[in-house]
Design a protein around this ligand. Sequence first.
Ligand SMILES: C[S@@+](CC[C@H](N)C(=O)[O-])C[C@H]1O[C@@H](n2cnc3c(N)ncnc32)[C@H](O)[C@@H]1O
Length: 220
Amino acid sequence: MRAKFWHERWDRGEIGFHQPGFNSHMQRFTGRFGIEPGANILVPLCGKSLDMLWLAEQGYRVTGIELSERAAEDFFAENDLVFERITASGMTIYRGQMIEIWAADFFKVTQRDLPRMDAVYDRAALIALPPDMRPTYAAHFTQLVDEGTPVLLITLEYPQQEMKGPPFSVTGEEVDELFSSAFEVEHLLQEECLSKEPRFREKGLTRMEEQVFLLRKRGS
Ligand SMILES: C[S@@+](CC[C@H](N)C(=O)[O-])C[C@H]1O[C@@H](n2cnc3c(N)ncnc32)[C@H](O)[C@@H]1O
């Protein structure tokens, strides 16, 4: 999935991944981060997710990274948030009071560009990427965070042969393969979700589960 694909989806408004409310797993499990208000949370491939609003309401400072400037603009406009548009590290940053969205390619953002991140929230980022890009995503992601950093990771699992992604199916085994060399991986939850997603049933899926993981970066 290259940049052009995503820009076209945003231009055409084909953003079925965007949730109209807050993610219940995020609300249930962010307490496991063990971080204090004022902490920085990174949201890779953030789209215009309302989850960023909820995280900010809990007192966290949110940094989203998103290719689409349209997504960033829509996020601030649709939520009536004041922002300024600045350029730093060669990137355009939409800066609000508690939330920043960096309009950038995630793979080009380095740890030097970012403030220290105390936690990461990935919903529909890993599963947005095709199999050949996921190891690169995991490796890049690993470099962005320090020892001890917790990550809430939400993935989907379904018979991949029944539907072309995105979203792609990512199994628990693959999460282990991608992350267990650098992170402790705890499987928090598996939940049937096809019944809540008629658009996927219409595409021919016979089963779909949401999987929730808590990762914590190990010391080197
Ligand atoms: C499936 S959507 C998920 C958005 C968001 N996490 C949510 O829960 O609504 C994936 C998003 O990643 C963005 N994206 C894809 N590749 C990217 C990249 N290399 N760097 C930054 N954003 C990217 C797309 O534009 C899209 O908005």
